[in-house]
Structure formats: structure tokens, C-alpha cells
Design a protein around this ligand. Structure first.
Ligand code: HEM
Length: 359
């Protein structure tokens, strides 16, 4: 009977090409193999976001008069609502960290080399979307911190040459951060960004599948010299079982963090109250926020903020285009050490921001 059902469904839903691809997929084994788990970890955390986000939607209300109260209701009255909201918030932060770790591991191991250029570019776009999810989700509880941080964050956009005014109005849905901003960011957070993310994620994973896992040049050269082949692990079941172990640990971590440090709600936003002291964005935007403070008001007659945004933009362009300029051993070394320098700079600026320097 069981065989009959399998044959029946196989005839109607032929999954053979996928089965075939998965059966032949292998993962190289070398001392940097840990890097191959980071993309899967990011994917797991993204799946957590989709699941917990859908549950939050059942009770959340996207308006300035009801948003805060609906989140309060979720935290105090809905059974396990506090757990779902806390997991959504913790997992969002861990997902940003996992995606950044994935990016740097891929950069340091030169996995972006031909023919994986588009895997890199789609990954960069996914990271930008992940940050977009963070930014648009931050305002949704409509509390004091999120309200003023969104005001400051969107204010910075005015410094963008030519398009600044338009950008701010586009994101705020008007000249100020109001209920219209909340509705707009909510729409982006639960509909527009997920739609784009689904397409990009499909492309990213499909490209990974089509090209197979990359072997770092150093590992390939060492294997060629010794006349041995690089060892490989079957994707199913060996690699998947190890990934599943990692996901179980991540789930335990999320549950532990949520139980011991439930996500706070704070006080309701009052748009007419003065901004409280020490308002700052989420940790992953802090380095940019801090960098802006160090630029003088004017540099060669150009506004300091404009120059700072230009520098951050140039860094982003250099990052997006890595596979197109880092094509030889020397330029790849520049990409690697440039990445190390960028990482140190971001870490130092973030630390300085936490210590409240530059006020
Ligand atoms: C939402 C964010 C992302 C998700 C869910 C994701 C998911 C994945 C998965 C599951 C893999 C296969 C396993 C692995 O190599 O780790 C992978 C590989 C890859 N990812 Fe991502 N990724 C994301 C963001 C990024 C970013 C930000 C970059 C870099 C700009 C990137 C570049 C790559 C590259 C080049 C590979 C191929 C690695 C190889 O062949 O060795 N991804 N990604």
C-alpha cells in the first residue's frame, strides 16, 4: 500500500530532478568547512522569522492608536505571546549576525570567484533586505525608543544628494514620523520585503545548488600538490544532520534568551514629547551613526554628512562588486584585507557608540 501511494504521487508530482540533484550534492571537508554552515543557519533564522511573524500578525494592529496596546496584549494576555514576540526579536538580531558572519566567511574564503558572482550579488541584496526588515520592524511596537530612533534614522536620509527629500517622504509617508509611517513600514515589513526576499532567496539557493559548494583556492592548490582529492561529505544525510544539530542548538539558544531576557516593550511613543537622551538605532546600524558624528560640519565646502554618506555608499559599492574586481591573487588579497579592515572599523565604531563617545 505504502509503495502504491509513493508510485501514485511520483507519477503526479515528479520530484526526480530535485532528488537527483540532492543525491549528488556533496560538501568539501577541510579546516574551513565551518563556513558552509553559516548560510544554512541564516536560512533557519529567516524561517523562524516567517513562522513567528505570521503568528504575531494574528494579534498585531498597525495603527498609531492601537499598535502599542496590541503588542502589550500579546506580551501579557495571549498564551505564549511573550515567547513568540521575544523569539521574533531575538532571532531578528541573530539573523543579522549570522548573515554578516556568512558574508565575511564567503569573502575570506574567496567563494565569490567565477562562476559565483551572482550568488554574491544576490547575497548582498539579501543582506540589504535583512537590514531593511530590521529597520521597518523596529517602529512597529510604537514605543518611545523605536519612534525617536526612526525619526533620527530617517532624518539622516535628508543628507542624500538630490533624492534625500523624496526618500524621507517615501519612507515616512509624509514630512514627519506619524501613524502613516507606521502603516507604510508595516506594509514593507510584512508584504513588500518578504515578497522580494522570497524571490532572491530562491535565486540564491538555486545558484548554490547549480554551482555546488566552492573549494577555497588554498585548499584546492594544497590538494593538487599532494596529488590527493579534496575530501567531501554527502549532503544527505551527513551534512543535513549536522546542520539540523546546529539549528537545534540555535532554537535552544532562542528559547533560553526569550525566557530569561523577554523582549521589552518600554513606554508608548508620544510624538509631542521631547526626544529622550541617548536615543540610538539598533546595534547593526550603530557604526554608521557613530561615523556620522566624526565628520566635521563642512569638508571642502561640502556638508560633512553628505561626505560621510558618500563614503558609506562607496564602501557598499566596493562590497557589492567584489567578484568583478577581485579576480586575481593580488586583488583577492586586497578584498580579504579590505574586509578585515572594514570589520575592525565597524567593531571599533560600534564600541565607541556603546561607550557614548563623540556626543
Ligand atoms: C538572508 C541572507 C542569506 C541567506 C539565507 C543565505 C543562504 C545561503 C545558503 C543556505 C548557502 C549554502 C551554504 C553555505 O555556503 O553557507 C549560501 C551560500 C552562499 N552565499 Fe548566502 N545567504 C544569505 C546571504 C548572503 C550574503 C550576505 C552573501 C555575500 C554577499 C552571500 C553569498 C553566498 C555565496 C557566495 C555562497 C556560495 C558559497 C560556496 O559555494 O562555498 N550570501 N547562502
Amino acid at each position: 500500500m505504502a509503495l502504491g501511494i509513493t508510485a501514485w504521487s511520483r507519477e503526479r508530482v515528479p520530484l526526480d530532478p530535485i532528488e537527483e540533484a540532492v543525491r549528488h550534492k556533496t560538501v568539501p571537508v577541510h579546516r574551513h568547512s565551518y563556513a558552509y554552515y553559516l548560510g544554512g543557519m541564516t536560512l533557519f533564522l529567516f524561517a523562524m522569522q516567517v513562522g513567528t511573524g505570521a503568528l504575531l500578525l494574528l494579534y498585531y494592529r498597525p495603527s498609531a492608536t492601537e499598535a502599542y496596546e496590541s503588542v502589550q496584549f500579546i506580551m501579557t494576555r495571549v498564551p505564549f505571546g511573550w515567547l513568540i514576540r521575544s523569539i521574533h526579536s531575538w532571532s531578528a538580531n541573530l539573523m543579522v549576525a549570522a548573515a554578516v558572519a556568512h558574508l565575511f566567511s564567503v569573502l575570506f574564503l574567496h567563494s565569490y570567484r567565477r562562476p559565483r558572482e551572482m550568488t554574491w550579488v544576490s547575497g548582498m541584496l539579501l543582506l540589504a533586505l535583512t537590514l531593511g526588515f530590521g529597520f521597518t520592524g523596529y517602529l512597529l511596537p510604537w514605543n518611545e525608543v523605536s519612534y525617536f530612533a526612526t525619526r533620527v534614522g530617517t532624518d539622516i536620509m535628508t543628507a542624500v544628494p538630490w533624492a534625500g527629500e523624496f526618500l524621507v517622504r517615501f519612507v515616512r509617508g509624509g514630512p514627519e514620523v506619524t501613524g502613516a509611517t507606521l502603516t507604510r513600514l508595516f506594509g514593507m515589513h510584512v508584504a513588500i520585503l518578504p515578497m522580494i526576499a522570497t524571490v532572491l532567496l530562491g535565486l540564491h539557493i538555486w545558484l548554490v545548488q547549480a554551482h555546488g559548494m566552492s573549494v577555497p583556492p588554498e585548499v584546492a592548490e594544497a590538494a593538487a600538490k599532494s596529488g590527493r582529492r579534496v575530501r567531501a561529505l554527502p549532503f544527505v544525510p551527513h551534512f543535513v544532520m549536522r546542520e539540523a544539530f546546529g539549528w537545534t542548538v540555535a532554537l535552544a539558544l532562542l528559547a533560553g534568551l526569550s525566557a530569561f531576557y523577554p523582549w521589552e516593550l518600554g513606554v508608548k511613543a508620544d510624538p509631542f514629547a521631547p526626544a529622550p537622551a541617548g536615543i540610538r538605532p539598533e546595534w547593526y546600524f550603530l557604526w554608521m551613526f557613530q561615523a556620522l558624528k566624526y565628520f566635521p560640519a563642512h569638508i571642502l565646502g561640502i556638508e560633512g554628512e553628505v561626505v560621510a554618506l558618500g563614503a558609506i555608499g562607496a564602501l557598499a559599492v566596493a562590497g557589492f562588486t567584489v567578484p568583478f574586481w577581485a579576480t586575481g591573487p593580488r586583488s583577492r588579497a586586497i578584498a580579504r584585507w579590505g574586509g578585515v579592515a572594514a570589520l575592525i572599523m565597524m567593531a571599533v565604531l560600534t564600541l565607541l557608540a556603546y561607550r557614548g563617545e563623540g556626543h
